[in-house]
Design a binder for this molecule. Sequence first.
Ligand SMILES: *Cc1c(COP(=O)(O)O)cnc(C)c1O
Length: 388
Amino acid sequence: MTNTAQPVPFEKAVSETGDPFLLTPGPLTTSRTVKAAMLHDWGSRDASFGAINKAVLQHLPEIAKGADEYVTVPVQGSGTFAVEAMLTSFVPPKGRVLVLINGAYGHRAKRILDIARRRTLAHETPEDTVPDLHRVEHLLKRTPSITHIFAVHCETTSGILNPVDEIGVLAEKYAKSFLLDSMSAFGALPLDVRRANVNAVATSSNKCIEGVPGLGFVICRREALAATKGNATTLVLDLLDQWQNLEKTGQYRFTPPIHVIVAFHQALREFAAEGGVEGRGRRYRENCRILVSGMRALGFRTLLPDHLQAPIIVTFHMPTHPRFIFQRFYDGLKERGYVIYPGKLTVANSFRIGCIGRLGEKEMRGALAAVREVLDEMGVHDPAAKAA
Ligand SMILES: *Cc1c(COP(=O)(O)O)cnc(C)c1O
């Protein structure tokens, strides 16, 4: 018998539902069971949905060690809707925010405040550099008009881990209200909102808790939320109104993304079963370790030194090899079942590979094997080499 079939050029990796793996910062690969939770219809006034929603909102402050001092206010929309709701609800017209910027999400927060006509003072450092805490302290000392500090926990632009606890110490020392965007870190990196003196933290359904996109959350210190009355600049993003209405009636003011919430409830169960922040963080750290050491072995260089790298997403310098073409690299990986992420940096030409979502050792090693194959296909043997 002769074998006339063409050899299979490569094996395509697929998730439990036959999809490519998303090595991106969200939306990300979710479990089959999270997706299956959405295969029903509920009325928004359905009592069983009400109970699920309540359980979700109660669970979140525990993850941030906020206990009864904190409440969760859900915000329909993507994560940025929650960040905008947090900033515009917490910062009064006479407020002024010290915005710590080292990437696109810090810039976005400043833009939100500019549009809402809230005064800001920016402390910007390059994308591979954490805020200069001496400088921050100096600004706080010198500028009494500052009422709030805004920081990003893991700046997803580069994957850098910002020093939340140290910023919190300064917030407490100078009696400023600390607002945190922990979107891409929440659930994977430890956060103790009381220790870090955080008044509000924004996160969303589709990052490290591994739900589907559609709902943001702001976990607020109860007293600080109560003090936001009259601040809001819009109806839909008024956190206090949203919360009071939920408390009073158990209902959202406007149509809730029910399927997203039910899927998130399932995602939280899977999160707890994995051991919460500790278990999830451990899997992501292992994913990150495998990825970084494997990519370095192939000749790639990371943007960040290991001590600044959060185990969420890794930025790699774009190879300088003349035969390396990013679009071919991206497409070759996608054909093999792995979706990566283009760069968003201004300091360097780069691309990113995420470590979060329903991914483990098998997927990370699979992605590395795919990277090796695509490099071979392009004839790139040492990505850092400048000449072929
Ligand atoms: C993902 C993310 C957001 C929100 O982005 P959306 O696209 O609106 O969901 C905000 N901040 C950070 C740090 C993020 O990683």
